[in-house]
Design a binder for this molecule. Structure first.
Ligand code: FAD
Length: 416
C-alpha cells in the first residue's frame, strides 16, 4: 500500500481546507480498509466524481483533483441538465446500465436530500428498424413503452406537435438528471464521507515505467497507490500520446427557452422530453425548456476546452427557436433565458473509453462519454471503483470500453 503523501496533499492554498476536511472526515467517513490502495482521481465530472465517491465508500483513501472544481462551467458535466433514457437500439449492455442508473439516481437523491432525477418520460422519433430492435430489449428488461400516433400524442400532450410524423416511441421511465448541481452534490457527499477535494491542474510527468508513483499538481508531487484519470474532453491534453487521437471535442450549443409566466404546460411535471434527428428538448426544470438543435457547424473541429469562448451564435439560437416552434408551438416567440456552450467528447464508435494506461499498470483512463455518459455516472462510479479497488473483471463491458476497441476519431465516427 502506498500512502497518499500527506505533505504534498497539504501544500498550497488548500492547506487549511485540507486539514479541516481531514479532521472532519475522521468522524464521518467509512473505515479505511487496510490492503486497499490509496487513490488519486483526476477530474470531478460524471466519470471521476462518482468514481471517487464509490471508491471512498469502499473504504479507500481518496483525493479528487479538479482543475476548475466540480460542476465547473467548462466541464461537459457542467451544464444544467442531461437526459436519461434506456432506449439504446440494439445496445442492450447500455440499456441494462441505464436501468440500474435510474435506480441509483433515485436512491442517491434521497441520500443527498436534493432533487437530481425527474422522470417525465420521453418521445423519440425512431425508424421502424430501431423500434423493432428496441421492443425485445424493453420486453426483456421489463421496461414500459408505447408506440403512439401523432393524434395520440396530441390528445395526451396538446402542447406537443408531431403532426408531420406517423409514430413516436414513448418511454415513460426516462427523464432528466440535473448535471452541474448533481456534480456539486456528489463532491459534497464525497467530502462528508471523508474524501479530499483539491482544486489544481494535474499533470502526468513521469517517464514510462511499470507504476506511476505521483502526479504533479500545481507544481508539487501528489503520490498515490493508483490513479484514475477522468478528464473528459481534456483527455487528449492530459494524456496526449494515448488519447490524442481518441477523443473528438466539437463545440455544442444549447439554448433554454423560457415558459410563458402563467403557462405550466412546458414544465417537467406536464411535458415529456422530445428527440428527433434535427434536435431535442428537455422539459423546463425552472431553467426553461432546453433545446439542442443540430446545425452543421456542430461538426466542426475539436476545440480546446480551456480556451473556447462560450458565446452563443445567432445561427444556433435561430435553429433552437425553429425546432421549438415545430415541436412545442406554444413556445413560439418566448425568450431565450439562458445558453450553454459545451463541448462533446466523442470516441470514434460511440462507446466509452475505459482502460489501463499502456505505460502504467496503476493508472486507469476513463472518458469518451460520447453524448451519453452523464446519466450513467452513478453506475460508472460503481464499475470504476470495483475495477480499481477490487480488480473486478466485467467480460462484456471491459472489452467494449477498451483502448484496443477504439480507433482514431475522424470522418467515420459513429454515434449511439
Ligand atoms: C451538449 C451535450 C449534450 C449531452 N447530452 C447528454 C445526455 O442527454 N445524456 C447523457 O447521459 N450524456 C449527455 N452528454 C454527455 C455527458 O455530458 C458527458 O459524457 C459527461 O458529462 C462527461 O463527463 P466526464 O467526467 O468525462 O468529463 P467532464 O464533465 O468534462 O469532467 C472532466 C473534469 O476534468 C477536469 N480536468 C481537466 N483537466 C484536468 C487536469 N489537468 N487536472 C485536474 N482536473 C482536470 C475538468 O475541470 C472537468 O471538471 C452530453 C454532452 C454534451 C456536450
Amino acid at each position: 500500500v502506498v500512502e497518499v503523501n500527506r505533505r504534498s496533499v497539504l501544500i498550497g492554498s488548500s492547506f487549511t481546507g485540507a486539514l479541516m476536511l481531514t479532521k472532519a472526515s475522521r468522524a464521518t467517513g467509512p473505515a479505511i480498509i487496510r490492503g486497499l490502495p490509496d487513490f488519486v482521481v483526476v477530474g470531478a465530472g460524471a466519470f471521476g466524481g462518482w468514481a471517487a465517491l464509490c471508491l471512498r465508500e469502499r473504504g479507500a483513501k481518496v483525493v479528487l483533483v479538479d482543475l476548475y472544481g466540480p460542476g465547473n462551467a467548462r466541464a461537459s458535466s457542467g451544464d444544467e441538465s442531461r437526459l436519461i433514457r434506456a432506449s439504446y437500439g440494439a445496445h442492450v449492455a447500455y440499456s441494462e446500465l441505464a436501468v440500474r442508473a435510474v435506480r441509483l439516481w433515485l436512491s442517491r437523491q434521497d441520500e443527498m436530500g436534493r432533487g437530481m432525477i425527474y422522470l417525465n418520460g420521453s418521445l423519440r422519433v425512431l425508424s421502424e428498424e430501431k423500434i423493432a430492435a428496441q421492443k425485445p430489449i424493453f420486453d426483456k428488461l421489463g421496461l414500459k413503452y408505447q408506440i403512439l400516433t401523432s393524434g395520440e400524442v396530441h390528445q395526451r400532450w396538446p402542447q406537443v406537435s408531431y403532426d408531420d410524423v406517423a409514430q413516436v416511441f414513448y418511454e415513460p421511465q426516462s427523464g432528466i438528471v440535473k448535471a452541474r448541481e448533481s456534480m456539486i452534490g456528489v463532491a459534497e457527499l464525497f467530502r462528508r464521507k471523508g474524501g479530499l477535494v483539491r482544486i489544481g491542474r494535474a499533470q502526468i510527468t513521469g517517464g514510462r515505467g511499470r507504476k506511476l508513483e505521483s502526479l504533479i499538481v500545481d507544481g508539487a508531487a501528489l503520490s498515490g497507490g493508483s490513479f484514475l484519470v477522468a478528464c473528459g474532453p481534456w483527455l487528449p491534453k492530459v494524456v496526449p500520446r494515448v488519447m490524442g487521437d481518441k477523443v473528438y471535442t466539437p463545440r455544442v450549443e444549447l439554448a433554454y427557452i423560457g415558459s410563458p409566466p402563467d403557462d405550466r404546460r412546458y414544465r417537467w411535471e406536464l411535458c415529456p422530453n422530445l428527440t428527433d434527428d434535427d434536435g431535442f428538448t428537455a422539459a423546463d426544470l425552472d431553467y426553461g425548456t432546453k433545446v439542442g438543435a443540430k446545425i452543421p457547424e456542430q461538426n466542426g473541429p475539436s476545440i480546446d476546452p480551456d480556451r473556447l469562448e462560450r458565446i452563443p451564435t445567432i445561427k444556433h439560437l435561430n435553429a433552437a427557436k425553429a425546432y421549438v416552434e415545430k415541436r412545442l408551438p406554444g413556445l413560439a416567440g418566448q425568450p431565450v433565458v439562458a445558453t450553454r456552450i459545451c463541448q462533446a467528447e466523442f470516441s470514434n464508435n460511440g462507446h466509452y473509453i475505459i482502460d489501463r494506461h499502456p505505460d502504467y499498470e496503476n493508472v486507469l483512463l476513463a472518458g469518451g462519454g460520447s453524448g451519453h455518459g452523464f446519466k450513467m455516472g452513478p453506475v460508472l462510479g460503481e464499475y470504476l471503483a470495483d475495477r480499481l479497488a477490487l480488480g473486478k473483471v466485467d467480460p462484456i463491458l471491459d472489452p467494449l470500453f477498451s483502448l484496443a476497441s477504439h480507433g482514431p476519431v475522424g470522418e467515420n465516427n459513429t454515434y449511439i
